[in-house]
Design a protein. Structure first.
Length: 379
């Protein structure tokens, strides 16, 4: 099974390189391999028809999440809510860590020396502890940290590789996002790379924590039961995803959205083809709760990502102290910014991204032989 898990992913990593060989005079897209990714070229400006097309998709997924009955969901009787437990000690530790590094990052204060340049990563690990503490409180003392601390560490390791996998495709859409302040810290490039990799470790754990927290609301989970069944073919998804990734290299601006959808289709196809549980396994039976809640988890967390990122460069511009600060260079729809570098419609990319993050984690568990099941909820 390992070969069947691995070859489509390897193929879709090699495919953009093969297409680039024929597209670019240097055989690679401009800026390829520069880490962290930097600005390459100004993307095309606003296009009303493209905006409308993306907005239609955004409205559809919004209706699935917020108006499920309108979309054909009958729902189900919610399970009884779990008993409550007092908030654990790590909730309070996480709160202190989060608030301290939030204040440090936004103030750009050098009162603690070079610690300000590292603020982004401990801010997010503190927030992960806060979320886990809330899950513990609402779920009768069962959370990832209390029941499966090893899984949190595995999620962090997978997260580093998983986000690097996602960053790889960013080169082929000519830097939809980039890090203009990455050289601000007084570090060598080696230390900078290490710091970025440490930051990547937070992505999978925080999305899984949000998913667990949303699952402590039984009425929310029940809303997405007994919906429309969607039976997808794994081979077709792998083929469509690979085709889109290849075309993305040819048409990086019109197909910029493939950076979210192409890998998503391939990973979904692999898991479905091999009969490995993932959210689309339940969707075949009309149960969308896992898929929509992990997408919602990513979307909610995206608000925090963008809020904290924007604020780190908004209230105080000098000195520049957040090397992790990112901006977007998205074609056609880069309008309507609400206290965020991310344009409004861009937030909807977080929904498939959340599913992809979970799927990469499940895929990694199958590839390397560890159990990725979340065992904190009664079956």
């Amino acid at each position: 099974m390992r070969f069947q898990l691995l070859w489509p992913v390897l193929a879709t990593l090699v495919l953009p390189l093969l297409v680039s060989w024929f597209v670019y005079p240097t055989h690679l897209p401009p800026g390829f391999g520069e880490f962290p990714p930097q600005f390459v070229a100004q993307a095309p400006g606003f296009n009303l028809w493209y905006f409308i097309a993306v907005a239609v998709g955004a409205v559809w997924i919004s209706c699935m999440m917020f108006l499920p009955k309108l979309m054909g969901f009958k729902g189900a009787a919610p399970k009884p809510a779990a008993a409550k437990k007092p908030l654990p000690w790590w909730f309070y530790l996480g709160t202190v860590v989060t608030l301290f590094f939030w204040a440090l990052m936004w103030s750009h204060s050098t009162a603690f020396g070079d610690l300000v340049y590292w603020a982004f990563t401990p801010l997010w690990w503190g927030f992960i502890l806060v979320l886990d503490g809330l899950v513990y409180h609402r779920n009768n003392g069962a959370s990832m940290c209390s029941r499966q601390p090893g899984l949190v560490l595995l999620a962090a390791l997978v997260s580093i590789v998983g986000w690097a996998y996602f960053e790889y495709y960013d080169y082929f859409v000519l830097a939809n996002w980039y890090y203009p302040d990455s050289s601000a810290a007084p570090w060598s490039h080696t230390v900078l790379v290490m710091e970025f990799l440490l930051t990547y470790s937070t992505v999978t754990p925080v999305i899984l924590e949000w998913y667990c927290l949303l699952n402590t609301f039984p009425k929310l989970v029940a809303r997405y039961k007994n919906g429309p069944a969607l039976n997808l073919n794994g081979n077709w998804l792998i083929g469509i995803g690979a085709l889109l990734i290849g075309l993305m290299v040819l048409l990086p601006y019109p197909l910029f959205w493939v950076v979210w959808i192409g890998p998503f289709a391939v990973m979904t196809g692999i898991l479905l083809k091999l009969g490995i549980w993932n959210p689309f396994t339940d969707i075949k039976q009309g149960d969308w709760s896992a898929g929509l809640l992990i997408g919602m988890a990513s979307l909610i967390n995206g608000l925090f990502w963008e809020f904290w990122n924007h604020g780190s460069n908004y209230f105080v511009q000098q000195p520049v102290t957040n090397p992790n600060f990112w901006v977007y260079n998205i074609p056609y729809v880069d309008v309507i910014h609400l206290f965020s570098e991310m344009p409004l419609l861009g937030y909807f990319g977080y929904i498939p991204f959340g599913v992809l993050v979970w799927q990469v984690f499940i895929w990694s568990g199958k590839l390397f032989g560890f159990n990725t099941d979340l065992k904190i909820f009664p079956s």
